[in-house]
Design a protein. Structure first.
Length: 155
């Protein structure tokens, strides 16, 4: 069985999508912070240490956003180290696989540089915020920059 190259597929979709037509969302003050509630509820009941790590990384991410820090790999790695409780969170050095090996996220000499370009595009103000958020989430999911915890990094 040959694994589908999910990263190549994502890059084609990313290039061809009409990001300008993404829905423009009206800013609404939520009654509850859903991520915080999830961490304090089911995550904390299952693993209090994990809940604390996720909440600390979340606090760091919100502070970076409030200070309008540009999204880049170094910033993501800072949050990822917190989430994983690890001293390092380097960019992966091999192809990554998901879905029991059916999907591959290829690694080329350009992968890390391409990821950096995609993250920089998260601040393009001419695109709707919902489009930028969705695209950045999917960039992390499909570039799969870390050896472990990419789904948590994408959130």
């Amino acid at each position: 069985m040959t694994a589908i190259d999910g990263l190549s597929t994502w890059l084609r979709v990313r290039r061809d999508a009409d990001w300008q037509r993404a829905p423009v969302l009206r800013r609404v003050q939520p009654a509850t912070d859903g991520f915080r509630a999830w961490c304090e509820g089911p995550v904390r009941r299952r693993d209090p240490v994990r809940a604390n790590r996720l909440l600390t990384a979340y606090t760091l991410a919100r502070a970076a956003a409030a200070h309008r820090c540009p999204l880049d790999f170094t910033l993501l790695a800072t949050w990822q180290r917190e989430v994983l409780g690890a001293a390092e969170a380097p960019f992966r050095v091999n192809d990554a696989y998901a879905k029991a090996g059916r999907e591959r996220y290829g690694l080329t000499p350009r992968t890390q540089a391409d990821f950096a370009v995609c993250l920089r595009e998260a601040i393009e103000t001419e695109l709707p915020p919902a489009a930028r958020a969705a695209r950045a989430y999917l960039d992390v999911a499909f570039f799969h920059p870390f050896t472990d915890g990419n789904a948590r990094a994408a959130c």
